[in-house]
Design a binder for this molecule. Structure first.
Ligand code: ADP
Length: 482
């Protein structure tokens, strides 16, 4: 429906609604003027929230006139000398404008969230197509069809430079010529023609030009265009690796494709959580009463928990997507340990930390930040699962060509049958479920990090006495040569 016709219908409907309320109170129900004013105010609120500013302002004016004419003395005249009528008018107008602004904002937010969700769903659908296809030609053909279907656009065309072939979803795409596609494939900038509703984007991967992708009709955001071309680039490379018989390379490309999808998802999960956390913290700064404070505190803690879960799940997925390549260099073990203890000072809650480091220790070949994260996880667990005030010991020594670091606590320990299982994803000890907050992911992330370093992590524990979590890391090659 055309916008003008639509707003005319809405204005007429609003006027009818206000008219019916006035008629009902005039003819059928007898109430005092305050009740009439409140009913009209509610009606205006509804109109403003449902339809918007123009409709609600016109309805407010008519409501005020009707209220004035039929209910305020002298009844039957538009005398506005009485200040009450001005108050009524201003109340109607303020309600109309505030409510419509609020609802416009809320609707815009919902629309934005919907659009983002749709975009991620579409990228997923496209990613799936790219993972299923076999040869470069079938991948290219499936890609243009999938882009057309999932993004609901009239046509898409792909130019593959290596095959020097054009894959068109249908003849409509001839609006983009072969020359244009060749030209953009060689350039770094996309061509976006708003007027003709055409977009041509170069497909590049690691600085190499693979071809170009043309879109007909529709209005895809720049972020969506970039994400699509990135997915297509990885998908085509994966298909090429498969064709060339390089299974490992194809596997690596599949993992990169999954990681790219994961990034899109990560953003979508984190953004609303950050807003929720911000809003709750703001309200929590000045709660109105004890009940509100309690509810907001629960919301705040749950938002933190959800955030922790999202961060850990994504981290786990990233490590699993084989995208994780530690940036290794030689580091002194004592330095890593003291940095981790310092960083954890607050969560150690005044616990005594005993250090037993067999100096001199050779340097370890590690990614400093990730190994710190492992130490942080193990220290956190030691504090979480042992009595308040009990000490924690960190020791480090050499065993063959490895350095072994251990963290010992005096907690309740871990039953033998659970000692291997606690490194599994989402596994939580029987004694911890429902007792201590957690996600069951911390140790599996630590295991992923240590294994990516070519190391090993394990636990020895005596129920009732405590646990020793240890991990072995490779000694730096430079030290081994010495
Ligand atoms: P979470 O602590 O979130 O449950 P983790 O992966 O860090 O997840 O740990 C998995 C399980 O291992 C825990 O639920 C707990 O039962 C057990 N666990 C971990 N560290 C210790 C420890 N230091 N002492 C006793 N049990 C532990």
């Amino acid at each position: 429906m055309r916008p003008l016709l639509r707003s005319t219908i809405r204005i007429l409907a609003s006027l009818t609604f206000v008219g019916l309320i006035i008629l009902a109170y005039c003819k059928f129900v007898t109430v005092n003027p305050t009740t009439v004013a409140l009913t009209l105010l509610l009606a205006i609120l509804g109109i403003a929230a449902r339809w918007g500013l123009a409709e609600s302002i016109i309805a407010s004016l008519v409501a005020m006139l009707g209220f004035n004419y039929f209910f305020l003395p002298p009844v039957g005249s538009f005398n506005i000398a009485d200040s009450q009528n001005w108050v009524a008018l201003i109340a109607f107008l303020i309600t109309a404008s505030t409510a419509s602004q609020l609802s416009i904002r809320a609707r815009r937010r919902t629309a934005e969230a919907d659009a983002r969700r749709r975009e991620v769903e579409r990228l997923y659908a496209l990613g799936q197509t790219m993972l299923m296809s076999g040869s470069v030609r079938t991948t290219a053909r499936d890609t243009v069809n999938s882009i057309m279907r999932t993004f609901e656009i009239p046509g898409a065309v792909l130019f593959s430079k290596m095959e020097d072939e054009f894959f068109r979803s249908d003849p409509q795409t001839l609006a983009i010529s072969d020359e244009q596609l060749r030209w953009i494939a060689g350039s770094e900038e996309p061509l976006i023609d708003q007027q003709r509703q055409i977009a041509i984007v170069p497909i590049r991967l690691g600085g190499q030009a693979l071809g170009s992708l043309g879109f007909i009709g529709g209005t895809l955001s720049t972020a969506a265009l970039n994400a699509v071309t990135y997915l297509v680039a990885i998908g085509i490379e994966r298909a090429r690796s498969l064709e060339e018989g390089s299974k490992t390379e194809a596997l690596r490309q599949s993992e990169a494709l999954k990681a790219a999808l994961l990034d899109a998802l990560a953003h979508d999960l984190k953004t609303p959580l950050t807003s929720i956390k911000g809003a709750v913290s703001h309200l929590l700064a000045k709660p109105r009463d004890a009940d509100e404070k309690e509810l907001l505190t629960i919301a705040n803690e749950e938002a933190d928990r959800l955030n922790q879960l999202v961060v850990e799940v994504l981290e786990m997925a990233r490590i699993e997507a084989a995208r994780f390549h530690p940036d290794r260099s030689p580091h002194a073990v004592s330095e890593i340990i003291s940095a981790a203890v310092q960083a954890q000072e607050e969560s150690l809650k005044g616990r005594r930390v005993e250090l037993h480091i067999d100096e001199p220790l050779p340097a370890a070949d590690i990614d400093f930040e990730f190994i710190q994260q492992v130490l942080k996880q193990l220290l956190d667990n030691a504090v979480k699962y042992s009595p308040v005030g009990s000490p924690v010991t960190i020791s480090a020594s050499v065993a063959g060509e490895r350095i072994v670091i251990s963290i010992t606590d005096r907690g309740k320990g871990i039953a033998e049958d659970e000692q291997a299982r606690i490194f599994e994803k989402f596994y939580r000890g029987r004694a911890s479920r429902g007792q201590v907050l957690g996600t069951g992911l911390g140790l599996s992330i630590a295991k992923g990090i240590i294994e990516a370093h070519g190391g090993r992590i394990w636990v020895t524990s005596q129920p009732g006495k405590g646990s020793i979590f240890s991990f072995a890391l490779p000694i730096s090659e430079e030290e081994l040569v010495k």
